[in-house]
Design a protein around this ligand. Structure first.
Ligand code: BGP
Length: 473
């Protein structure tokens, strides 16, 4: 890969820190979600209910062990480490006027530890962990006031860490909520929950608009604080293929891609694309886009696109023309060419190359692969070793595609940070046993275990990949 390519790993605060009441932290949306399972949605509770299993409360207790864990990342040769700042550690309720100094201090120490090892922190501001106080008092991002709360949080972080962090992202996987029927996506993206009879889709578009405005304001302020900042958006990239070469399937694919990726269009270009404006009109949606918002969006375009890549989807035309309105719950088909993980996620390395090309052609901005990986069940052998060849195979196949893409297609790729470089709590299912890590953490789905860390085979493999800058896979 090119010189200075950022090899590393990615996590999010709520999925590994634990310490959910330490350093004056308030509750976040992740703190009121109980564990689900493979194929079982997580339940969102009203506050914390005694006796339920909330896996994010302790997670893997990185809050206490970050120094040792970062030393292990350094041993693998990480050039960067992507994590997030728990918003509720800095503004416990979300609407305070002054930040919580103890929370800021924690991230000072964390980033200093990274830098000491020559690891560059790559930071997401809001990764599925908005303060729960903003949900109960304001209804989350259905309320315009959340723009100001987010901007205050972003500004505080930019000012405090301006000499420690260069790469930032505003909202993690902002486009997950395109699937607005799923409680998990709208709650974790925007702190939304609904009353019966409400128009979920319209409310989602409004909330997403406020987030896009908040993001654009943050980008502008960030660049004023430090002109060297690189501030990106972050989207979940699951390319949606047409089921066949029928023109109708192809049109449906186009429309589905628009519905899932218009968020990036706004982040990058600073304007709403015509297709989505037409959609709002057709649906009679009243989205609160003011004149001043329009200006703000134009003045806060992102510097790069961060994205996760796990799988691809397929859509099949169900006779929905001429509108081709995509519904992720009903319109997806199986791809007969692809295998799936134990959680049913299609394994598609070439899809990563396709995605990189699709985004680079469309946006002409540098791209950062900030998540990729395969959740799998690992087995610890009697001698304590963990032979995770399946993980190595998955990552190797994907990195090969990234290399082809850089060499042959000429796409500008900043770096690659596989997801969950240390085992952590699954966002979607709340399981511990859906493992992604190079480092095993002794803890099961019920919260039992010593939290001891062990190196898997993939640890040594990835160490070699980084040492050879991707030449030896
Ligand atoms: C992305 C999220 C991460 C992460 C990952 C894997 O959607 O940004 O937070 O968890 O997916 O998903 P899961 O944890 O559900 O396996």
């Amino acid at each position: 890969m090119k010189k200075g390519f950022l090899w590393g790993g990615a996590v999010a605060a709520h999925q590994l820190e634990g310490g959910y009441r330490e350093s004056g932290k308030g509750l976040s949306v992740a703190d009121v979600m109980i564990a689900g399972g493979n194929g079982v949605e997580r339940e969102i509770t009203e506050g914390i209910i005694e006796g339920k299993n909330y896996p994010n409360h302790e997670a893997i207790n990185f809050y206490a062990s970050y120094k040792e864990d970062i030393a292990l990342f350094a041993e693998m040769g990480f050039k960067c480490f992507r994590t997030s700042i728990a918003w509720s550690r800095i503004f416990p309720e979300g609407d305070e006027l002054t930040p919580n100094e103890d929370g800021l201090k924690f991230y000072d120490d964390l980033f200093d530890t990274c830098l000491k090892h020559g690891i560059e922190p790559v930071i997401t501001l809001s990764h599925f962990e908005m303060p729960y106080g903003l949900v109960t008092k304001y209804g989350g991002f259905r309320n315009r006031k959340c723009i100001d709360f987010f901007v205050r949080f972003a500004k505080t972080c930019f000012e405090r860490f301006k000499n420690k962090v260069t790469y930032w992202m505003t909202f993690n996987e902002i486009n997950n909520q395109a699937n607005y029927n799923r409680d998990f996506t709208v709650f974790t993206n925007s702190g939304l929950f609904f009353k019966p009879g409400e128009n979920r889709e319209e409310i989602m578009y409004n909330a997403a608009h406020y987030e896009l405005v908040a993001s654009a304001l943050a980008v502008k302020i960030g660049h004023e604080i430090n002109p060297n900042f690189k501030i990106g958006c972050m989207a979940a990239m699951c390319p949606i293929y047409p089921y066949s070469c029928s023109a109708k399937d192809m049109m449906y694919h186009t429309s589905a891609m628009q519905k899932r990726y218009w968020f990036i269009d706004v982040h990058v270009r600073g304007v709403y694309p015509e297709y989505i404006k037409k959609y709002f009109e057709r649906k009679n949606f009243n989205i609160d886009i003011t004149e001043s918002d329009t200006q703000i969006l134009k003045n806060g375009c992102v510097d790069y696109i961060g994205f996760s890549y796990y799988m691809s989807y397929v859509v099949k035309d169900l006779g929905k023309g001429p509108n081709y309105d995509y519904d992720e719950d009903t319109d997806l088909a199986d791809n007969p060419y692809l295998e799936k993980t134990a959680w049913g996620w299609a394994i598609d390395p070439e899809g990563l190359r396709y995605s990189l090309n699709w985004m680079y052609d469309r946006y002409m901005l540098p791209l950062f692969i900030v998540e990729n990986g395969m959740g799998a069940y690992d087995t610890v052998q009697a001698d304590g070793e963990i032979h995770d060849q399946y993980r190595i195979d998955y990552l190797k196949a994907h990195i090969q595609q990234v290399e082809l893409c850089a060499e042959i297609d000429g796409v500008d790729i900043i770096g690659y940070t596989p997801w969950g470089c240390i085992d952590l709590v699954s966002a979607g299912s709340g399981e511990m046993e859906k493992r992604y890590g190079f480092i095993y953490v002794d803890k099961d789905n019920n919260g039992n275990g010593t939290l001891k860390r062990s190196k898997k085979d993939s640890f040594y493999w990835y160490q070699k990949v980084i040492a050879t800058n991707g030449a030896e896979l």
